[in-house]
Design a protein around this ligand. Structure first.
Ligand SMILES: *[C@@H]1O[C@H](CO)[C@@H](O)[C@H](O)[C@H]1NC(C)=O
Ligand SMILES: [Zn+2]
Length: 516
């Protein structure tokens, strides 16, 4: 044994494994960017203590996310302190501030090159994984360019490659089938929304996409071991149900979607010197916030935390230098881990048992009540909804009456009933301006140092986009030039003013919207 090889014995074993895992001179990189839509710091406090209560864990037991907190992001958009998901995601994808409702466009309504496009252009593979519509603002801001977020028919076209760059997305998993097929009888779902009568699912398949539209086809992907790219997996007409309501026989979890995507993309890039970019969104934390539904919210955060753990495990299992950044576009609901219920000085209390007792979201129960066709609505609400579904036995006559009076739109009321019993507070059905957390990890020590250097402490949201762009050294300005001719609004609609758009956004409470 010579001196040089002997020296290896004295190296830090962690450093040694790093040196052997990452061959000298290798520049192969993956970026996995996770967005917790609408998740503010309080969502973490609430979910952490809920989990401790539910699983009888010690008070120092924390979430996986908690272990990787590095900084905070300020979320304002170019026209509002309170941002929306479109401007929020554009800050990450184009690394610039734009107006609320802007999807991959500048404040001047011109398309801006995105990180996903630039990485694809450089030879990386790309993917999008969400639990809402794949055409919703967050995934759209990476893979399309429209002046108004609800032009989702057009967003779907861009995502399939119908714009100057051609196809830039290799894998899409999520909901939102409706914007890919027209109304009427089709084998794909209960009725599409496309105004132009086109069936993009059939067109995509003719153009070489493999299509997955249900759980059994998803299972055939064998968690990514049996994927033919490009993959279009649309697992729900609209949103995938809240994790609290999700029927596992029908819908995969976010964790399964994430594992499938990471495996498929890492297999596809196995023999390449370029890795992949993957966006994974815990989309519906935002919807639970809009609905002020604490029971659904904590389950959404737990489902995300599980997916986040799977992403960390993936990074630790690959020798490709991988950066993981997880953050939120904004907070939703103005969530508070306390609530004053009476005019007198409040009790210092929080009652997680009320969240544990809730077997379904307000959204689910609202639909259940709205479709009740029996004789005795009052008894149904008392025994089925309150007692069985929510575990509430101390309901008041006023509470029962209020649900009966709003039997077609009762979810805000139901969620308030649960929120009061758990002493959870909310200040809005919209978004709030609070700073959100940044979590990060890399399987390479020097990259972890770089993440800490650049993103620890308090930052503007666009700095996260800038970090990712710099990490893979791509040129967004060049991409902006290439996409100049992109159609950024449907040809048959008049351009809305920002204030008209804002008005519609002010009335948006998450979930499905079909506004033109
Ligand atoms: C799932 O999709 C496949 C492929 O389109 C189809 O053959 C199968 O019948 C579907 N299964 C169910 C349960 O709908
Ligand atoms: Zn929202």
């Amino acid at each position: 044994m010579n001196i040089a090889s002997l020296a290896w014995l004295f190296l830090d074993p962690k450093l040694l494994s790093e040196l052997t895992l990452t061959p000298q001179g290798s520049t192969k990189k993956n970026i996995i960017f996770l967005v917790t839509d609408g998740m503010g710091p309080t969502s973490l406090s609430l979910t952490r203590s809920f989990r401790q209560y539910r699983d009888k864990l010690a008070i120092d037991d924390i979430l996986t996310l908690d272990k990787h907190l590095i900084g905070q992001s300020r979320t304002r958009s170019s026209n509002s302190l309170v941002t929306d998901s479109a401007a929020g995601a554009t800050a990450f994808s184009c690394a610039l501030k734009s107006y609320n409702n802007a999807v991959g466009v500048t404040p001047q309504r011109q398309p801006c090159g995105t990180l996903l496009e630039a990485m694809k252009y450089e030879g990386y593979h790309t993917g999008l994984v969400v639990t809402t519509r794949i055409t919703d603002a967050t995934p759209a801001a990476f893979s399309s360019h429209v002046t108004y977020r609800f032009y989702e028919d057009l967003i779907a076209q861009h995502q399939l490659g119908e714009y100057p760059l051609g196809r830039v997305v290799d894998l899409m998993i999520g909901g939102g089938r409706t914007h890919f097929y027209p109304p009427g009888e089709t084998p794909y779902g209960n009725g599409g929304l496309r105004k132009d009568g086109r069936n993009l699912i059939e067109e995509a398949q003719e153009n070489g996409w493999s299509y997955v539209g249900n759980r059994s086809s998803f299972d055939n992907l064998e968690l990514g071991n049996n994927v033919q790219l490009p993959l279009l997996a649309l697992l729900a007409d609209n949103d995938i149900p809240f994790d609290l309501d999700r029927d596992d026989a029908i819908y995969p979890s976010l964790e399964e979607e994430a594992i499938t995507a990471m495996k498929a993309l890492s297999k596809a890039t196995e023999d390449s010197d370029k890795g992949f970019f993957l966006l994974i969104e815990g989309s519906r934390i935002d919807h639970a916030g809009h609905n002020n539904d604490p029971a659904a919210q904590v389950r959404e955060v737990l489902a995300f935390d599980k997916a986040f753990k799977a992403v960390l495990d993936f990074a630790d299992s690959t020798d490709v230098e991988t950066v993981i950044i997880s953050t939120s576009d904004h907070e939703t609901g103005g969530l508070a881990a306390a609530r004053q219920l009476t005019p007198s000085y409040p009790d210092y209390l929080w009652r997680p048992e009320a969240l544990l007792a809730a077997k379904h979201s307000g959204e689910y129960l609202n639909n259940k009540i709205a479709s009740f066709e029996g004789e005795d609505l009052e008894s149904f609400i008392k025994h089925e909804i309150f007692e069985k579904d929510l575990g509430i036995t101390d309901y008041t006559p006023q509470e029962v009456e209020s649900i009966m009076d709003h039997s077609k739109a009762s979810h805000y009321l139901l969620n308030d009933i649960v929120s009061r019993r758990s002493q959870t507070g909310w200040s809005t059905h919209g978004h709030s301006a609070v700073d959100v957390n940044i979590y990060a990890y890399s399987n390479k020590k020097s990259t972890m140092h770089l993440l800490r250097e650049k993103l620890s402490g308090n930052h503007e949201n666009i700095e996260i986009g800038q970090f990712m762009k710099d990490f893979v050294n791509v040129d967004l300005t060049h991409m902006t030039k290439l996409i100049k001719g992109t159609q950024v609004k449907p040809s048959d609609v008049d351009e809305m003013t920002v204030s008209q758009q804002q008005e519609l956004l002010d009335n948006y409470h998450g979930g499905l919207v079909n506004v033109y």
